[in-house]
Ligand binder design. Structure first.
Ligand code: URA
Length: 450
């Protein structure tokens, strides 16, 4: 649980803050001293806040980042899943709007013979969270103990849970402090935060879906690529097979935004239907999971295997099995009309005829939060039933007054602010845009860009 050198530390924290403030690089034992001291409560918030801000402004060397990730990872339990008879793989997304691929991927990849131990998060800001989506399935338990998690994994190859108290406690404390000190937006701190949690899952391989565009945290592609390269390198240093796909988030993924509505869309994909962009991204991410997990020799073969897992019904069967093992009501999986739903519909009409040339995608996510589908405050509960159906995407032709989106909610009053935000987020031009956004911008793997 301790980091290299932390126990022998006789460092003065103020000297370490000064060193970082002045652009110096801290040693592994100095970083261990800071992180362990904070986790154990011997260093106060104000000193860590000052050090975090120095990291935001001065950056970190790759050695410092490796030491930070290592210390955060070993601040808690690192799962040993060596009892499972095949490779363990996972996927992590940096977050987006309508970003629901995890629900499809876990069972799809398990159906192909790998194990998928997925520890997921809740909605963050305007982005949705996998746990909130899963909890819209009546009875589904995301709070399994580690022993139950292992049992479900062994039985059906996939399990999806929330972070436990034991996993990366240093991140839990540091993240809460970063959230209120303007120190979230550092690629080094984001990388250490994500990778310490993901590496604690005990997987052999990890595929990263790093989003870029108006609905992503990294709006600029170069920032997304920088973060992706940091995470790939950090994982590889720790002996993991890694790849990152830089993918588009200039518009919602698929057509549904909202918890139960997104589950329904995933079920459609598992049945071989669903919207083309969501299906395509799921097949690509699964292909990389199969390739890195050693199931297939190439990514192309991985894609073919993924398509077979869907067309044979095996991916859906695994999903159904996982839902049942985690206490979910499978009648709602067999008949998605039984998932929570909101009866009231409010269309958001286009104010002119033309073509959709851009969408301020973050605002679509925020509109869903306003409806109650996400959290304004950490302690808020989410409404699983509300959401938005996206009818028009970039490049689509639209008539004057034609619906761009339809809001699913409980009343006109509830929809008013969301309706305005969605209407303002669409840019309609007389001529079609030169390009529709491409779904996958590039792949980062073994230091190469594809
Ligand atoms: N998600 C995380 O888990 N950590 C960060 O720092 C940012 C996003």
């Amino acid at each position: 649980m301790t980091s290299p050198g932390a126990s022998e530390s006789a460092f003065r924290v103020v000297d370490l803050i000064r060193k970082k403030r002045d652009g110096g690089a801290l040693s592994a034992s100095e970083i261990g001293c800071i992180v362990d001291g904070y986790t154990q409560g011997t260093i106060p918030d104000y000193q860590i806040a000052a050090w975090l801000m120095a990291v935001v402004l001065r950056g970190m060397t790759r050695e410092e980042l490796a030491a930070l990730t290592h210390t955060m990872l070993h601040s808690g339990e690192v799962l040993d899943l060596g009892f499972l008879p095949a490779k363990k793989v996972d996927k992590h997304s940096t977050g987006g709007v309508g970003d629901k691929t995890s629900l499809v991927l876990a069972s799809l990849v398990a159906a192909g013979g790998l194990y998928v131990p997925m520890i997921s998060g809740r909605g963050l800001g305007h982005t949705g969270g996998t746990l909130d989506k899963l909890e819209s399935i009546p009875g589904f338990r995301v709070g399994l103990s580690v022993a139950e998690f292992r049992r479900v994994l062994k039985a059906c190859g996939a399990s999806m849970i929330g972070q436990t108290e034991q996993i990366a406690p240093a991140d839990r404390k540091l993240y809460a402090l970063r959230d209120v000190t303007g120190t979230v937006e550092s690629p080094n701190l984001i990388c250490a935060s994500i990778m310490s949690k993901k590496l604690a899952e005990g997987t052999d391989a990890l595929v990263l879906d790093v989003k870029t565009g108006s609905g992503a945290f990294m709006k600029k592609e170069e920032d997304a690529v920088f973060l992706a390269e940091l995470m790939v390198e950090t994982g590889e240093r720790m002996g993991k097979q890694m790849a990152a796909l830089i993918t588009n988030m200039d518009q919602p993924l698929g057509r549904m935004v909202g918890n139960a509505m997104e589950v329904e869309e995933c079920i459609a994909v598992l049945h071989g239907g669903g919207p083309q962009d969501l299906r395509e991204l799921c097949l690509h991410l699964a292909a990389w999971m199969f390739y890195l997990g050693g199931t297939t020799k190439t990514v192309a073969e991985g894609k073919q295997l993924s398509a077979e897992m869907i067309s044979s019904g095996r991916a859906f069967d695994r999903f159904r099995q996982m839902v049942e093992l985690q206490g979910g009501d499978i009648s709602a999986i067999d008949d998605p009309a039984r998932l929570p739903s909101a009866d009231h519909r409010v269309d958001v009409p286009s104010s002119r005829a033309g073509y959709v040339s851009a969408i301020q995608c973050e605002h679509i996510g925020t509109a869903c939060v306003i409806l109650g589908g996400g959290r304004e405050k950490k302690e808020d509960s989410v409404d699983p039933a509300v959401g938005i159906v996206v009818h028009k995407k970039i490049g689509d032709k639209v008539a004057d007054g034609e619906p761009l989106c339809t809001i699913h909610c409980h009343s006109d009053e509830q929809a008013a602010r969301a309706k305005q935000l969605i209407a303002e987020s669409y840019q309609i031009s007389a001529a079609p845009p030169a390009h529709r956004p491409s779904l996958i911008h590039r792949v980062i793997h073994k230091g190469e860009s594809h």
